[in-house]
Design a protein around this ligand. Structure first.
Ligand SMILES: COc1ccc(OC)c(-c2cc(C(C)=O)n3cccnc23)c1
Length: 121
C-alpha cells in the first residue's frame, strides 16, 4: 500500500475549511451538500454546464486547488447561481439558494472576516 503522507494544511486551506463549515450550517436541508443528479433534477446536466456543491468545494480545498479566497467565493456563487437558474423562482431550491447566497456574501465580506468572535485576518 502507498502511505499518503499527511501534508500540513496551508493557512488558506484552514481558512477555507472554517468558512465552508460556516456556509454549510446555512444549508440545513443539505440541498447543496452533494452534486445534483439528473435523476432528482430532470435535464440538469444539459442546463447546468458547471455544476458545483459543498462536497466538491471540500475536495478542492483538500487538494489545494484554491489559491485565492476569491477562487473559493467564485465556486460558492456558482453553486448558488446554478440553483437560482435551474429552479423556478418559487421553488424551495431557488428560495434556499437566494437565502444561502445572501448569508454567504454577508459572511465573506472583508469587514466581517476581520471582526466577530473569530477574527480571521
Ligand atoms: C429533496 O432532497 C434533496 C436531496 C438532495 C438534493 O441535491 C443534492 C436535492 C436537490 C438540490 C437541488 C438544487 C440545489 O438545485 N435540487 C433541484 C431539484 C430537485 N432536487 C434538488 C434535494
Amino acid at each position: 500500500c502507498v502511505l499518503k503522507l499527511k501534508q500540513s494544511r496551508s493557512p488558506l486551506a484552514k481558512l477555507l475549511d472554517h468558512l465552508l463549515k460556516a456556509l454549510e450550517k446555512r444549508d440545513p436541508h443539505q440541498f447543496f451538500a452533494w452534486p445534483v443528479t439528473d435523476d432528482i433534477a430532470p435535464g440538469y446536466s444539459s442546463i447546468i454546464t458547471r455544476p458545483m456543491d459543498f462536497s466538491t468545494i471540500r475536495q478542492k480545498i483538500e487538494e489545494n486547488e484554491y489559491h485565492l479566497l476569491t477562487d473559493f467565493i467564485e465556486d460558492f456563487r456558482l453553486m448558488c447561481d446554478n440553483a437560482i437558474r435551474y429552479n423556478h423562482h418559487e421553488t424551495v431550491y431557488n428560495k434556499a439558494a437566494r437565502r444561502l447566497l445572501q448569508a454567504g456574501m454577508r459572511l465573506l465580506q472583508p469587514e466581517n472576516l476581520t471582526r466577530g468572535p473569530v477574527a480571521i485576518f
